[in-house]
Ligand binder design. Structure first.
Ligand SMILES: Cc1ncc(COP(=O)(O)O)c(C=O)c1O
Length: 306
């Protein structure tokens, strides 16, 4: 594949049966590609394709992320698929000697990604790093953390279609905000977007507004918010959700969002007869890393195979 292409068949929208009078469905964006899953595919879609249309002589993708980043995994996979070199700027200099022990970074490295490990302080000042890299690699595509920018928002438009139009609520997990911004910008006027924040970031709400131009997103805290936070309660929830419905969830985004949604349904947050569509934004590659940590702590692991 020399470009990211539109899927040939629509992604399934699966009903989650409930005892309540609410229609709950999940749209399986995670199935779009085994390695470039869910919202990552769409956030990269125009960034990558528009860049390649300019036919750079020395194409290269550069991006930023943490140790278990789904976005880093996705960019490395796109690079491999298109035979384009990739460079990941990774938060945490301590990882430089042991990144092979981290399933996400190991896999991305096997997909050809090179790394620059930086301190947390340097990572906070990513703009300076970008400026230096821009000088060094003038033709490279420098993609922001989480892939979130205007082109990403345009790509998220393709998560919506005729089938999604009838739902009252559109739910997505929120990290850097690009996905929520895309849903906000392109949803129908009668629809309400709910963004489940998995990490505390007071700037996200304003960023989503800047990107979408609309204030139709309700931001809520996902269950057990915090990127690195994996609780036994959430693991139990993810495992029982998989047992009941056959749908795997990831421990960082979709598991935390779905647990919160189930709690909201119990508490009567959604009115009777309303319809709720949850976007499965992927991130399943993160399970391997989470399971390694759980194993070291002698805790129950995530089970996502039948
Ligand atoms: C699985 C998953 N869900 C949700 C998100 C949040 O997306 P965004 O950063 O656009 O808010 C991400 C990050 O890309 C993710 O990997």
């Amino acid at each position: 594949m020399s470009r990211l292409e539109f899927p040939t068949v629509p992604l399934p929208i699966t009903r989650i049966p409930l005892e309540k009078n609410i229609r709950l469905y999940i749209k399986r964006e995670d199935l779009i590609h085994p390695e470039i899953s869910g919202n990552k595919y769409w956030k990269l879609f125009y960034n990558v394709n528009n860049y390649l249309n300019k036919q750079p002589n020395h194409p290269k993708f550069i991006t930023f992320g943490g140790a278990y980043s789904n976005h880093i995994a996705a960019v490395a996979a796109v690079g491999k698929m298109m035979h384009i070199s990739t460079l990941g700027i990774i938060r945490g200099e301590e990882l430089s000697l042991k990144y092979q022990e981290n399933p996400t970074l190991k896999q991305a490295s096997e997909n050809g990604m090179e790394y620059l490990f930086v301190t947390r302080e340097e990572y906070r000042n990513k703009e300076n790093i970008s400026l230096e890299l821009r000088e060094k690699f003038p033709e490279a595509l420098i993609i922001p953390e989480g892939g979130t920018n205007d082109q990403a928002v345009e790509g998220v438009c393709h998560m919506l279609n005729n089938e999604t139009q009838e739902f009252d609520y559109l739910c997505t997990a929120v990290g850097t905000g690009g996905t929520a911004a895309g849903l906000s910008k392109f949803c129908e006027t009668h629809q309400q977007v709910i963004g489940y924040q998995v990490v505390q970031d007071a700037s996200v709400e304003e960023k989503v507004f800047q990107l979408s131009g609309k204030r139709n997103v309700t931001f809520l805290e996902a269950h057990d918010r915090g990127y690195g936070k994996i609780t036994e309660e959430n693991i139990r929830f993810i495992n029982s959700f998989f047992q009941k419905f056959g749908i795997p969830l990831d421990p960082v985004y979709t598991g935390k969002m779905m647990k919160k949604i189930m709690e909201q349904i119990e508490e009567g947050y959604f009115p009777e007869h309303s319809s709720v569509l949850v976007f499965h934004t992927g991130g399943l590659q993160g399970i391997a890393g989470a399971n390694e940590r759980l194993k070291q702590q002698n805790k129950t692991e995530i089970n996502f195979r039948n």
